[in-house]
Design a protein around this ligand. Structure first.
Ligand code: NAI
Length: 300
């Protein structure tokens, strides 16, 4: 343990979106404490995305500076490309470059699918999925030119596994996984690594739905250590998803079973006859990319 090199971000510039509170604040503090110059972005609105306020981002910038770190505030929304471009411009204007992007900003509009309006759907998709894409896109060219980049995106168990009342949020969060896996592949030759976290933590988003005793074990700092490693130079992995909360950290994977190969004319009855084997995951495995997955159908 003692020989593990320190994870440091000296001379690195990081953007953390939604960093005015909760997980984002904690990620920003960790990156700054370890030498990164940080853009603390936050629109400063309510959990449902309404309103805006500059105080949230300002407060975290003050905290970072008080601890001897370097940071600048950004109040632009991630939910438009124009906003995302301004966030990236803030990094370039203040610190001259951009190396790390932590896409963390988020809102909730929880409601059963029956009652969900188009507006509930659009707003959640705009902040989470489009926001992640807009900020990554605005920073992409600079990361390519660096020949170095670390992008950490934020999914949720609700996206990976589904959750009652969160059709909009689940769709957005699983969309982020697909986006991240493709960015990992396209960024590979420029040393742009893109990974995803599925956190569980105490924040204003969870404090009304989890008991206080549970929340005290789920401090955001218990997630930020993983984010720190995923932003580091020593990181090798890309295109991966990690669940994290309360000190628990585990890789999550989309896997495919060994399946079945049925020759000749394939009928629905033959599918029924093979149903057990089709559903068997005892030899399940992940694939590196879509081509490899498609190859499974051509084998044999
Ligand atoms: P939070 O509400 O404290 O943090 C989200 C931040 O994003 C807020 O400060 C908010 O002002 C900001 N934000 C919202 N819309 C924005 C926009 N358009 N542009 C810029 N900033 C904006 O909640 P928390 O829990 O810290 O959430 C952080 C991320 O983690 C979110 O993406 C959330 O979906 C995700 N997450 C959190 C979990 C948890 O257990 N706390 C569980 C699974 C995922």
């Amino acid at each position: 343990m003692a020989d593990t090199p320190k994870v440091r971000f000296d001379n690195r510039v990081a953007i953390v979106t939604g960093a005015g509170g909760g997980l984002g604040r904690s990620h920003a503090l960790l990156l700054a404490e370890r030498g990164a110059k940080v853009v603390v972005n936050d629109l400063g609105g309510a959990v449902d995305g309404s309103g805006s306020d500059t105080k949230a981002a300002d407060k975290v910038v003050e905290e970072i500076k008080a601890a001897g770190g370097e940071a600048v505030a950004s109040y632009d929304g991630v939910d438009t490309f124009e906003g995302a471009q301004k966030i990236v411009a803030t990094a370039k204007d203040a610190f001259g470059r951009i190396d790390i992007v932590v896409n963390n900003a988020g809102i909730l509009r929880d409601v059963s699918f029956k009652k969900m309006t188009e507006d509930d759907w659009n707003r959640v998709l705009k902040v989470h999925l489009y926001g992640t894409m807009f900020v990554s896109k605005a920073a992409w060219e600079a990361l390519r030119e660096n020949g170095f980049g670390r992008i950490v995106n934020t999914t949720s168990a609700a996206g990976l596994y589904g959750n009652f009342g969160q059709a909009n949020y689940s769709a957005a969060k699983m969309g982020i996984v697909g986006l991240s896996k493709t960015l990992a592949q396209e960024g590979g030759k420029y040393d742009i690594k893109c990974n995803v976290i599925a956190p569980v933590a105490k924040s204003r988003m969870t404090e009304t739905i989890m008991p206080p005793e549970a929340l005290e074990k789920l401090l955001p700092e218990r997630v930020s250590a993983l984010v720190g490693y995923l932003c580091s130079e020593q990181l090798q992995e890309t295109g991966q998803v990690y669940a994290a909360g309360g000190g628990y950290i585990a890789r999550v994977a989309v896997v495919e079973g060994a399946g079945v190969r049925i020759g000749g004319d394939l009928t629905p009855e033959q599918v029924v006859e093979s149903w057990e084997q089709i559903n068997d995951h005892s030899k399940a495995q992940p694939f590196q990319n879509a081509m490899e997955a498609a190859g499974a159908a051509l084998k044999g």
